[in-house]
Design a binder for this molecule. Structure first.
Ligand code: F6P
Length: 550
């Protein structure tokens, strides 16, 4: 048995699952009219309602016992203290220090880091201000109208997600673009309408070795050089964010245009660092401070709130309950806010790259399931796409639904209809529709008993499908910062309970190495025979048919 499945709380939960697995949430609500009050928490303007879950006070007690036995609090304190908890890369995990307001020293492996964090943040804000106020000029002395962030994974998804989510706070006469895909269509489509005289590129890459980013950066540089008189003008159009300054300089970025990040900030946790430069340019330094403040308040909540009132802890425990005891494979993230359309994609990397692992902290293969398949989309669009499976499919897919109580403009006709949908969907997932209810409904519609008999099974909804609902006043920078940090800490807690290192990502390496070998073969252009017959066949088919010019 593994460390986790050996814990007393684990066996108790297994036993408890047998007792509760057929209990319907309808009955839990019928038995306890105060269930909403008992199973919801508030943090500033965020309401977290987790009453529509297949839990009782006993379930919660056992899950909290599991968190204690797994020493979640001890690991949490180690993370905030800057200890080396990412043991496979020998790194600390200190993204939370990036949003600490600065009244207490922050450490990484015993060394103070708060001063350099704040000085780098000041540099970022200074650049952003110069671009926003048109003081930063291109080579022909024109102000910047377009900023293109070139990056991928953590150097792309967070900035893109936040820029989209905070559109109402964005400066109007500046356009922020994001290019990640090595497929030339991405950069070509982006550059199509841009003018090199008024475009600023940010090459965002922690390692500055990522192929996708470097290939796009080369294309961007060549595009600029078609218009610029000489390389000396490049600094007016090219900046970089990286922890590999030497590589950025070698690429041609002026040293004074390089913004630093650190190895103790994981890529998928890096939007709080200079990787967030495009966000700062878009929403401005004060709004970025609010984003950091929102995350900081969640850090404090995570550090100080008792486990039974600790939102990220409860989120994590509910996930474990379904993942490990109900054998649910997936989780859906469903924002009812159009501006949050990249939120599920952002969380996909945060969660799946962190906890999609099968080797525990001791190097042993786990004998329990770990990170779920996270997917999601805008709730309203999804209702007309995959909610069918959520309501009536054979799989149990717990879902998080998120919505603002008010929009920036808040046209009542739109917003009330939007809200009616989130409430209705969560209610429908919980209550479902019984045979008796369907029969009554069809009878009232005038169907004959024979017609009812035929149609009835299709119209029944089992219900008992868990959802968490997050309501917040409006999606402002502070609230967005808080929401992201809640999920970051949820992922952390789950990783601790599953006894994983949530902060490495060795699983992305193999494909990278193979791609680089295959690229060499493709460049040679000779038929290959050293792979399996499928890979050989595909490469050779491609080599035979590829356009001669490429
Ligand atoms: O391939 C995965 C990954 O290493 C992510 O963890 C990271 O966010 C992304 O690539 C980009 O890496 P970099 O910022 O070093 O270019």
């Amino acid at each position: 048995m593994s460390q986790l499945t050996d814990l007393p709380a684990w066996s108790k939960l297994k036993q408890h699952y047998q007792e509760i697995k057929d209990t319907h949430m309808r009955d839990l609500f019928a038995q306890d009219p105060t269930r909403f009050e008992s199973y919801s928490l508030k943090l500033n303007d965020i309401l977290f309602d987790y009453s529509k879950n297949r839990i009782t006070q006993e379930t919660l007690g056992l899950l909290l016992q599991l968190a204690e036995e797994a020493d979640v609090s001890g690991w949490r304190d180690k993370m905030f203290a800057g200890e080396i908890i990412n043991h496979t890369e020998h790194r600390a995990v200190q993204h939370a220090a990036l949003r600490h307001p600065g009244n207490e020293p922050q450490y990484v492996d015993g060394k103070r880091v708060d001063e350099e964090i704040h000085s780098e943040l000041q540099r970022v804000k200074k650049l952003a201000k110069r671009v926003r106020t048109r003081q930063w000029r291109g080579h022909s002395n024109q102000p910047i109208t377009d900023v293109v962030n070139i990056g991928i994974g953590g150097s792309h998804l967070g900035p893109l997600m936040a820029t989209e989510a905070l559109r109402p706070y964005a400066i109007h006469d500046l356009h922020i673009h994001y290019v990640s895909n090595i497929d030339e269509n991405h950069i070509n489509n982006t550059l199509e309408t841009l003018n090199p005289d008024t475009t600023l590129f940010i090459i965002s890459s922690k390692s500055f070795t990522t192929q996708d980013t470097l290939v796009n950066a080369q294309t961007a540089k060549a595009w600029l050089m078609n218009k610029l008189d000489n390389e000396a003008q490049l600094p007016k159009h090219l900046v970089a964010v990286t922890s590999n300054t030497a590589a950025a300089v070698k690429f041609g970025v002026a040293e004074e245009n390089i913004f630093k990040m650190w190895d103790w900030v994981g890529g998928r946790y890096s939007m709080w660092s200079a990787i967030g430069l495009s966000i700062v340019i878009s929403i401005g330094p004060d709004n970025f401070d609010d984003l950091l403040a929102g995350a900081y308040e969640v850090d404090e909540h995570f550090k100080k709130a008792p486990l039974n009132e600790n939102i990220p802890v409860i989120m994590a425990l509910l996930g474990i309950w379904y993942n490990n005891f109900f054998n649910s494979e997936a989780i859906a993230i469903l924002p009812y806010d159009q501006n949050m359309h990249r939120f599920p994609a952002y969380l996909q990397q945060a969660d799946m790259e962190s906890n999609g692992k099968s080797c525990d902290r001791n190097g042993a293969k786990v004998d329990y399931t770990t990170g779920p398949i996270l997917f999601g989309e805008i709730g309203i669009a999804s209702q007309h796409a995959f909610y069918q499976l959520l309501h009536q499919g054979t799989k149990l897919v717990p879902a998080d639904m998120l919505a603002p109580i008010s929009n920036v403009q808040c046209i009542a006709r739109h917003h009330r209809a939007l809200m009616s949908n989130i409430f209705a969907q969560a209610e429908a997932m919980m209550t479902g529709k019984t045979e008796q209810e369907v029969e009554r409904e069809l009878t009232a519609q005038g169907l004959s008993p024979q017609q009812i008999e035929k149609l009835l099974p299709y119209k029944v909804f089992p219900g008992n499908r868990p959802t968490n609902t997050f309501l917040f006043y409006t999606l402002n920078p502070k609230t967005l910062g808080s929401l992201i940090a809640l999920y970051e800490h949820k992922i952390f807690v789950q990783g601790i309970i599953w006894n994983l290192n949530s902060f490495d990502q060795w699983g992305v390496e193999l494909g990278k190495v193979l791609a680089s070998n295959i690229l060499e073969e493709i460049n040679k252009g000779e038929m290959v025979s050293n792979h399996d017959c499928s890979t050989n066949g595909l490469i050779n088919y491609y080599l035979n048919l590829k356009p001669k010019r490429s």
